[in-house]
Ligand binder design. Sequence first.
Ligand code: SF4
Length: 339
Amino acid sequence: MRSILELTPKEIEGFIAKSGYEPYRSRQVLEWIYDKAIIDFNQMSSVPRGLREELSRTFCIIPFQLIDKLEGDGAIKLLFVTPDNLSFESVIITHPERSTLCVSTQIGCPVGCRFCATGETFNRNLRSEEIVAEYIFAQNIIGRRISGIVFMGMGEPLLNEEEVYKAISKFIDDFRISPRHITISTSGIPKGIVNLAKNFPKVKLAFSLWSADPEVRKELVPTSKIYPLEEVIRSIGEYVEITHNRVSIEYTVIKGVNDSIEDAYKLIDLFKGFPVFFNIILYNPKDTKTEELVPEMKDVMRFMSVIKRFKREVHLRDSKGVKISAACGQLRGIYERTK
Ligand code: SF4
């Protein structure tokens, strides 16, 4: 069944008028969805019963089903299945004052990063209404507004630009989320980075680096053979020039792969003169075979102390949800293996 989120407000108005109801009813329906995160037409008490029934017969709101929900450690992980029997995840990072949703943009990921569970397969892009539905569903689950969105879930958002941009426009225009509270995380797609700056200059950028050594990075992030690190850095420079935003450099520390002092110096060198800050993330193993790659805390501290010595801003990112398999693609991987 088609989701009503695929329709523009004008199209919804047209449908409602054709069903014999006043056009202003479309605003009521949208308020229930956008402002109250109601995901069942029958709960829209101010809408006439006949129209609710007509809408329920014709549309769904959320075009997928929840099949698992894990909660703990400051995060709620949601696993969904689509009508074409594909699964994907969203993660709500809960906070008493401001919760954030980490949305997926693809089912699987074509980038195929070596240490990422999501990158093991790629099925398809998520459509904008599916991305928006992740947000509505998450608000419905926690019963309050989520004011921050990070495109850091499954997939490479800049390889699904059209649908991602449609979703961002909806978040800003219809859900009134400040673009400053939206972040796109990329593995480094140069053209996409520049397009983002031109289309949404207030939306923030995070770059998932993995390694500052171009050769090591080619091993870890296969697309860096097509988009060399140098080219990505140039595009980040262009992004900064257009937007004047600082960029977050996401660095996942993997034991014995990118955690040495030399690696830290390479990182500093790579971003000399760039307005960036570093988010250090501890590797979250994708399965039992990769458990030995979790870095030692003393090595992480040593790595960070090099960065601090150069007076660059660095944070150790709180790995919320580690206990509930909250790293990208983990819960889905478990589901796919057992289905
Ligand atoms: S880390 Fe991100 S870009 Fe790389 S495979 Fe995983 S989801 Fe894709």
